[in-house]
Design a protein around this ligand. Sequence first.
Ligand code: 5GP
Ligand code: MG
Ligand code: MG
Length: 179
Amino acid sequence: MHHPPVTIQDKQFSIYLPERKILHSVEIVAARISHDYRGKQPLFLSVLNGSFMFASDLMKEMSIPCEISFIRLSSYEEMQSTGKVKEIIGLKEEIKGRHVVVVEDIVDTGHTIAGLLPQLQAKGPASVEVATLLIKPDSLQHNLSIKYPALSIANDFVVGYGLDYNGLGRNLRDIYKVM
Ligand code: 5GP
Ligand code: MG
Ligand code: MG
């Protein structure tokens, strides 16, 4: 299939990860999680907005009973300007005693996940692990164990399959990187 470059506002993007490669990686992660959580009925916590498409495909590939709920984190701008940790918005489920799998779009520096995990741990879950569509190992600044990364990428800015540039590009089936 041909993937011409995509223009979003002032930037041009070229094809990086085609849909079939993404979906293959998602299947592998889903199989690993299904194996590891047999009999545990995990609760996926999908971090909006970026992880919605990954969360959807991941759930469809799960072969064990599981639940999903959606959360948001307070804005990045706020965190940068105040140095505060992003706060969880919209967590309705009781996670005490549950096996939680956080579903993220991308782990870059790791600041977001490093701030989120202690907040979840404080609520007394049975376990917490992270499934992320993408990870940028060269950017990671925290000693985090990300148990379920679907794809490792170089330190490039990417869009598509849920990831945005200024709110745009989330609808792309494939992942593109900035040129
Ligand atoms: P971290 O806190 O790990 O540095 O970054 C996590 C957040 O930064 C992601 O959830 C995402 O919103 C944003 N981000 C980091 N790298 C990229 C990228 O390459 N593309 C897009 N669209 N967002 C990114
Ligand atoms: Mg995210
Ligand atoms: Mg974003």
